[in-house]
Design a protein around this ligand. Structure first.
Ligand code: MLT
Length: 334
């Protein structure tokens, strides 16, 4: 087959088109080469000092060294993390605003029927970072000594007992909801802006029970300032080898594990997402971070999950899974 050469005018037009496309890409390329030229905001949907905040600040400090600019944590609390997600979804897609969030990103579309953002279409994905187990705690002077005694006590006391959590869609709330469902007893729930203030309330004896991540609870468990009844994973934890899982303590099938992802507003240039993502992946290899995460009981996810695809392919099935569960329970936040 012979090819007919393009007529000179069409050839010129084609070249102009290619040149225009290349020129249009130049500012982005230049932007990515100089990026970042100022500090970057990493939005945390819960209170300062809590589990999400602790992870974000550790990663941000390491990333600042790689990027040559500060990665500054901003806590935007409320509505189980959905206010922060909505804020980042609408932020300028210029590489200076990112979001770190956990399972709450996947439960939001099920729980909130009116949501100001869509987790599947309003974000660019940077990658997953760490998985964190949870612990079921009570104030230090709650009478039960074992998980079995706790279950009997909760059934007997019912809503005279209080359960703290970090808002509808927070993992502390999901874990607490599962606990109530499994012991078939409703407690009086008290929402906070994050589990940092919720844990303070537990330490102060103002609330009775809290389910929270090891990133915040390990130090208080080791100091003996809270009562620990079990871990929420299927296997026992390296950080708490003598503590039984809730599953082995009579709550068969109890499992909650917290995963965390990093997001950018939709339209953030791919080269910028890649540069930020590379700094994030470098932080996850930083020996100081590796040691800190181990101290906090957090598991750095495998490299394949640290990528945009690793987060994108994880999120959709999680949304479907939680959506089905929430619909079947008929429990909505709005
Ligand atoms: C927090 O950072 O306060 C917690 O992750 C909130 C939660 O329980 O989801």
């Amino acid at each position: 087959m012979t090819r007919t050469p393009l007529a000179p005018r069409r050839r010129l037009a084609a070249w102009c088109g290619v040149a225009a496309l290349a020129l249009a890409g130049l500012p982005m390329l230049a932007q990515a080469q100089t990026y970042p030229t100022k500090s970057i905001t990493l939005v945390v949907p819960f209170a300062a000092g809590g589990p999400t905040d602790v992870v974000a600040r550790a990663l941000g400090a390491s990333m600042s060294k790689t990027l040559g600019q500060g990665v500054v944590v901003e806590n935007k609390t409320g509505a189980g993390g959905t206010l922060a997600s909505g804020y980042v979804a609408k932020a300028a897609p210029d590489g200076y605003t990112f979001l770190i969030h956990h399972n709450g990103m996947a439960t939001a579309p099920g729980l909130y029927r009116k949501l100001a953002f869509n987790p599947l279409t309003d974000f660019e994905y940077v990658g997953q970072v760490v998985d964190v187990p949870m612990t079921l705690l009570a104030r230090k002077d709650l009478p039960p000594k074992t998980p079995q005694e706790l279950i009997a006590y909760v059934k007997a006391q019912g809503n005279k007992l209080t359960l703290a959590h970090a808002g509808l869609g927070a993992v502390s709330q999901l874990c607490g909801m599962l606990f109530q469902k499994m012991v078939a007893t409703d407690l009086t729930t008290i929402p906070y802006q994050g589990t940092a203030p919720a844990l303070n309330a537990l330490l102060g004896g103002q609330v009775d029970i809290l389910c929270d991540q090891t990133t915040q609870t390990l130090q208080h468990i080791k100091a003996g300032s809270v009562k620990l009844y079990g871990v929420t994973t299927h296997e026992r934890l390296k950080s708490l080898p003598d503590t039984p899982t809730l599953d082995e303590s009579g709550l068969k099938g109890f499992e909650v594990k917290v995963w965390h992802g990093v997001y950018a507003p939709k339209g953030t240039p791919p080269a910028v997402v890649e540069k930020f993502g590379n700094a994030l992946r470098a932080a996850l290899k930083d020996p100081a971070i590796v040691q800190r995460m181990a101290e906090l009981g957090a598991d750095i996810v495998p490299e394949a999950k640290q990528t945009p695809e690793g987060l994108r392919s994880w999120l959709k099935p999680e949304i479907d899974k939680w959506g089905a569960l929430i619909r079947s329970a008929g429990q909505y936040a709005d």
